[in-house]
Design a protein around this ligand. Structure first.
Ligand code: ATR
Length: 271
């Protein structure tokens, strides 16, 4: 696909974004879908200026990453109900100069899980109580799951659970309890601290579905231990790909070429 004067432009805004895999993944998606479009990365600490620039230049949509997921909301024209309930935006769509904020993080995680297990009616233990946990718990509830939240700081788990109609559970009380699903949303186990595990081994029971949202490394110590304990394991690429696939669909109205998006991300992470 040749870039022309008519090619719609999309981008990610964040700080830093130098290591983002979104440009690689979204440009592969445009090519695989045979859809005119190009996606660039803008490293900016200025959320207000970025929103104004996107409006002025007619950039059709953007991904939003750290540290702008909450701050950008003040500069958009509309926030959809899902993003409002999560309290953060990871995507916006520019329709004729009107910027509408959305959030695909939670639904991305649930779609990644849904490739392996139907979440409805399942007990899901979420480790962590930050922004990612909030989006995932919200989407799990919407998908009919029964979420529990355990966090290093128990008060934050309690507040999040109260806010979203989930249950808080103490870190000391998760061992030996039967959950169908466990999702790590903390940075524990991420490069360079790859020997760290966010839960005791006794919390990992056979047949449980264990997902780590970390994809650096691809195989975290949590997933290695979970596999050894007889769990089904799901790496962090699934959530990353599906949150991006949902963005692609919001921008283009097309089904995203998920298999090609996943492949380019795996290829990038393996080398
Ligand atoms: P994000 O928006 O990516 O979810 P965040 O809002 O900073 O990030 O939340 C990070 C989560 O990981 C928090 O729940 C945090 O626990 P606290 O509430 O106790 O701070 C958790 N976390 C971060 N580092 C951790 C560590 N070393 N051990 C256990 N939990 C950790």
């Amino acid at each position: 696909m040749e870039i022309s004067a008519k090619t719609p432009v999309y981008c990610v805004i964040g700080h830093p974004v130098g290591h983002s895999l979104s440009p690689l993944m979204q440009n592969r998606a445009f090519a695989a879908a045979g859809c005119d479009g190009v996606y660039a990365a803008f490293d900016t600490a200025d959320a207000k200026g970025a929103a104004a620039g996107i409006r002025a230049l007619g950039i059709r949509g953007a991904s939003v990453t750290i540290p702008h997921k909450v701050g950008i909301m003040d500069f958009l024209d509309e926030i959809d109900e899902n993003a409002r309930q999560i309290g953060a935006v990871n995507t916006f769509v520019n329709s004729g100069g009107k910027l509408r904020g959305c959030n695909t993080d939670g639904q991305g995680a649930v779609q990644a899980l849904a490739e392996h297990i139907a979440v409805s009616g399942k007990k899901a233990l979420i480790i962590g109580a930050g922004g990612a946990a909030r989006a995932i718990v919200h989407a799990l509830k919407a998908g009919g799951a029964d979420p529990y939240i355990a966090n290093r700081t128990p008060e934050k788990a309690r507040l999040l659970a109260e806010d979203l109609g989930a249950q808080a559970v103490s870190m000391d009380a998760i061992s030996g309890r039967s959950f169908d699903i466990l999702v790590n949303t903390t940075p524990v186990g991420m490069h360079p601290d790859t020997d760290a595990v966010p839960v005791p081994e006794s919390a990992l029971v056979p047949e449980m579905h264990v997902m780590d949202i970390i994809y650096n490394p691809l195989r975290t110590k949590l997933l290695t231990k979970a596999e050894a304990a007889g769990c089904h394991v799901i790496d962090g690429v699934g959530m990353f790909v599906y949150q991006g696939a949902l963005q692609f669909s919001l921008w283009t109205g097309l089904d995203a070429p998920v298999a090609q998006m996943r492949q380019v991300v795996y290829d990038a992470l393996k080398f």
